[in-house]
Design a protein around this ligand. Structure first.
Ligand code: ADP
Length: 475
């Protein structure tokens, strides 16, 4: 997939995802606003209804009292209206038998005035108020511990809070500012000019109550968005990984073609020569060219073998032939071998076999091959005269082998990938360093099957150190 397509898909997906997140956010916010509005209305309704009930209760009392009076049962009215009527001049005493029906409205009026003159604290029936409010809250499904209280306008103080008389919990207004400032309020015993008091309510946990109503939706949205995001990131990762893999394979094929071109050309030249009449007559020359063909053939065969072996390298199917391997001997021998290639280039190889004890349990062939691979790379990736140091030393976990060069070095990106099969650092058009990108993947596999570890210290342009540690014994 082209880079542009990947970029386009990523951008489209990101924009869409942001769009979905924004829409979800808006939906949830709207839902919260609607729920808050409903909550406010329900709470205000509960207050209104309770206030009306209180007033209706008083009106009924007055009515009963007045009606009792009207039917000449002043006594009954007195009982119904309680102490209030006791203070009123009894109609019987005033007019005796001359009681007029027309006197009833004025009696009702006086009764009303009498009621209105009472202090608010006496006028409200706290138990009734409490019961009505609680029922109203329950009916409206209003959650959260709602605080409520009655405020006396004339005395400028609260008379009750949550159904308790304020004389028991303190009437100091400063302690009830939360209620006093609340916008949930309804006036009590309204007259044309003023109100005797207010019934106020306040919900300290309103925020969390409203939030709880959308919590499930919010969690579900978050879950689905996370799933989409996760899948999106994974898909992009797979696309990029596949792209990298396919690039690496293309590189590998290019390298392979490059590696075979030289021997094929040489073989072609040699056969042409053999076929030329000048050579055909000379068995010596034919032999020489046949020898060249054989050599090039072997070289190609070796290459194929190397590729096949490394490409097939499977940790689980690798049979190790474990013996005691002296790593000092291994580096001395490998050092000798690489010196043959390094010295003609004007370079040097320093071998420091410092470890004592220097033997570990391992497969001799693979361990030697591992060190050779690293030394080969140290030589290959040193463009100038290679300066190579190969050493061993003891560490708590076993024996450490270090191969140090002052060559090309590696970037961070390269350090991360060089152990991947087929990975090669891009050197532009330079084809002078040959390879298939399999050596280090082999090195890593061999280190791991021996229970060891490998790390790199490298800086671009300065050189690299490959540090491999092997445990003394295999478990
Ligand atoms: P190959 O050498 O066949 O390309 P390797 O697996 O041995 O494959 O190495 C992978 C890549 O790591 C190389 O292409 C090279 O860019 C980088 N590399 C390995 N060793 C060194 C080193 N000593 N210095 C700098 N780069 C190195």
């Amino acid at each position: 997939m082209a880079k542009r397509t990947i970029f386009l898909i990523t951008t489209l997906m990101t924009v869409s995802l942001l769009g979905v997140i924004f829409l979800q956010y808006n939906l949830i916010r709207t839902a919260m606003n609607v729920n808050e509005q409903r909550y406010d209305e329900a709470l205000q309704d509960a207050l209104n209804n309770t206030a009306r009930d209180l007033e209706a209760k008083e009106a009924t009392e007055i009515n009963v009292s007045a009606n009792g009076y009207n039917s000449g049962m002043g006594k009954t009215a007195g009982i119904v209206a309680g102490d209030l009527t006791r203070d009123l001049p009894r109609p019987g005493l005033l007019g005796g038998k001359n009681l007029q029906l027309s006197e009833q409205p004025s009696y009702r009026l006086r009764l009303q005035t009498q009621y209105a003159a009472r202090p608010l604290v006496e006028r409200i029936d706290r138990e009734f108020l409490d019961r009505r409010l609680q029922t109203a809250f329950e009916n409206a499904d209003l959650k959260g511990d709602i605080e409520y209280g009655v405020y006396d306008v004339r005395n400028k103080e609260f008379v009750s809070r949550n159904g308790r008389l304020l004389s028991t919990i303190g009437a100091d207004t400063a302690r009830h500012l939360d209620l006093l400032r609340s916008s949930y309020r309804v006036s009590l015993y309204d007259t044309e000019t003023d109100a005797a008091g207010y019934l106020l309510a306040y919900s300290p946990r309103k925020g969390s109550v409203i939030f709880n109503t959308i919590l499930n939706n919010l969690l579900a949205s978050l879950l689905f968005i996370s799933i989409i995001l996760g899948c999106f990131v994974y898909t992009i990762y797979v696309i990029l990984f596949q792209k990298k893999l396919s690039e690496m394979k293309t590189d590998f094929i290019n390298n392979m073609t490059h590696e075979f071109k030289t021997p094929i050309a040489t073989i072609s030249l040699a056969t042409d020569s053999i076929m030329s009449p000048k050579v055909t007559g000379s068995p010596d020359k034919v032999m020489r060219f046949a020898h060249i063909i054989k050599q090039e053939n072997k070289r190609m065969n070796d290459q194929v073998e190397k590729v096949l072996q490394m490409a097939k390298l499977d940790k689980n199917r690798l049979n190790l032939n474990l013996t005691e391997v002296d790593l000092n001997d291994v580096i001395i021998e490998a050092g000798e071998y690489i010196r043959l290639q390094v010295e003609p280039r004007g370079g040097s190889v320093v071998v420091i076999p410092e470890a004592d004890p220097s033997s570990v349990e391992g497969d001799m062939t693979h361990l030697a091959s591992l060190v050779n691979n690293l030394l080969d790379n140290a030589n290959k990736y040193s463009p100038e005269a290679p300066q190579i140091v190969v050493s061993t030393r003891n560490v708590p976990t076993g024996v450490e082998v270090t191969i140090l060069d002052h060559g090309l070095g590696m970037s961070r990106e390269a350090r991360k990938n060089i152990f991947d099969r087929f990975y090669r650092v891009h050197t532009g058009d330079r084809h002078d360093v040959k390879g298939f990108g399999l050596g280090l993947s082999y090195v890593k596999t061999i280190t791991e099957v021996h229970g060891g570890s490998i790390r790199i210290e490298s800086e671009l342009g300065k050189g690299s150190s490959f540090i491999v540690t092997f445990p003394y014994e295999q478990r």
